[in-house]
Design a protein around this ligand. Structure first.
Ligand code: DGJ
Length: 369
């Protein structure tokens, strides 16, 4: 009798843990201690058999997005996550530091540099008390994937350098058009051409929603919304991943893309982004290129089915290749809750491909890779 009871208990336990081994997009995701997983707008690094999930650690019951810093969780299988605390901490209020408490740190991404053996974090930084006006990048490094990360520098990108896909003639022409206002009929065409790029040549280009992509040849790129969120920029990083090389392009000019996510499949680069509607969801967009520098071709929204026009009520943040699985990618997104950002939900969905090899996203209440 005792034996039967024991076997029954064992079966129940393994059944429960088997059930836990699946993603349930939109439900409350808890860590191994039973607390809500509080990393948002983040990304995942796979390193030496462990996944490291980084994201902004946000406050609960808050309308704004204050934070303690960048949080990190670890997992062996992507289903069970252990809280490893704050990988990059903000500096105390009043310190005057660029990442002083009260600043905004959004969409952090961490990559590993095989030569320097350092973990490098890039993030979108907004300075304390300045709303979203500063539009800067920030960089921090660590010897360990769980931190503590040390702040290196922050600022605008590529000051004094024009994009590779803008001519000297364009710069000259747009310099003479800086007084064109939004209400003027010419505004749209000059913005598409790079009105704001030229405006910001001196102080550097704006950096907002962002991701980092490491290509097969280990070159890394910072991809972000720039030019008042009108145009995406792709900037090459230095060999140590801690700086810009100054080589960059403007892509999808004037299309108003945010939340860039990217992956490479069968020699093509696929970009999945969102439109600009604050914390509210909108329809995802997609673009493809044979070369990271472009040209990029716009495609349809990859989402299919109910709520496809709102990206299933979410906004992308990262595309994760599952280690050891061929052609398995997870589209990671946030279902923002602007009144309680810490309780924004995680929406992870598998990327599938149609008969022409074009990525698709479909909703699943639960799924496994
Ligand atoms: C949309 C962005 O994608 C988010 O990261 C955040 O910056 C919100 N806007 C703020 O409104």
């Amino acid at each position: 009798m005792k034996n039967i009871f024991f076997i029954l208990c064992l079966t129940m336990v393994s059944l429960c843990s088997a059930l836990a081994q699946e993603f349930k997009p939109g439900e409350v995701w808890k860590d191994t201690e039973g607390n809500i997983i509080n990393v948002h707008g983040g990304g995942i690094l796979y390193h030496d058999g462990t996944y490291y999930w980084y994201g902004t650690s946000m406050h609960f019951n808050s309308k704004a997005s204050p934070l303690k810093g960048v949080g990190v969780y670890t997992s062996k299988d992507l289903y069970e996550w252990e809280n490893k605390g704050i990988a990059l901490s903000v500096y105390p209020e009043g310190s005057g530091h660029k990442i002083e408490d009260g600043c905004l740190i959004e969409r952090p991404k961490v990559i590993y540099n095989e030569v320097t053996k350092k973990f490098v974090m890039w993030f979108h930084l907004e300075l304390k008390g300045k709303g979203y006006a500063a539009a800067e990048y920030g960089v921090a490094v660590s010897d360990s994937p769980v931190g503590p990360f040390k702040f290196l520098h922050a600022g605008r990108s590529c000051s004094g350098i024009k994009p590779m896909n803008m001519s000297v003639d364009d710069v000259e022409e747009l310099s003479s058009k800086q007084n064109i206002k939004r209400r003027d009929p010419e505004w749209r065409s000059v913005v598409d051409k790079g009105l704001y790029t030229v405006r910001d040549l001196g102080k550097g280009q704006m950096v907002r929603d962002m991701t980092i992509f490491v290509d097969k040849d280990k070159k890394a790129y910072h991809i972000f919304a720039s030019e008042e969120n009108q145009t995406l920029h792709i900037v090459e990083l230095s060999d140590d991943y801690c700086n810009y090389t100054g080589r960059y392009v403007r892509i999808l000019p004037g299309k108003g893309n945010e939340a860039p996510t990217i992956f490479r499949h069968k020699g093509k680069y696929w970009l999945i982004t969102s439109g600009c509607t604050g914390w509210a969801p909108n329809a995802a967009r997609m673009a493809v290129a044979d070369d990271i520098w472009g040209p990029w071709t716009e495609l349809e929204n990859p989402c299919i089915g109910e709520k496809a026009n709102k990206t299933f009520n979410s906004q992308g943040t990262f595309i994760l290749p599952v280690h050891g699985k061929k052609n398995v990618w997870i589209f990671m997104a946030d279902r923002w809750n602007p009144n309680n950002l810490g309780d924004s939900r995680h929406i992870w969905l598998p990327i599938s491909f149609d008969e022409n090899g074009v990525p698709e996203l479909k909703w699943y209440d639960s799924w496994k890779y």
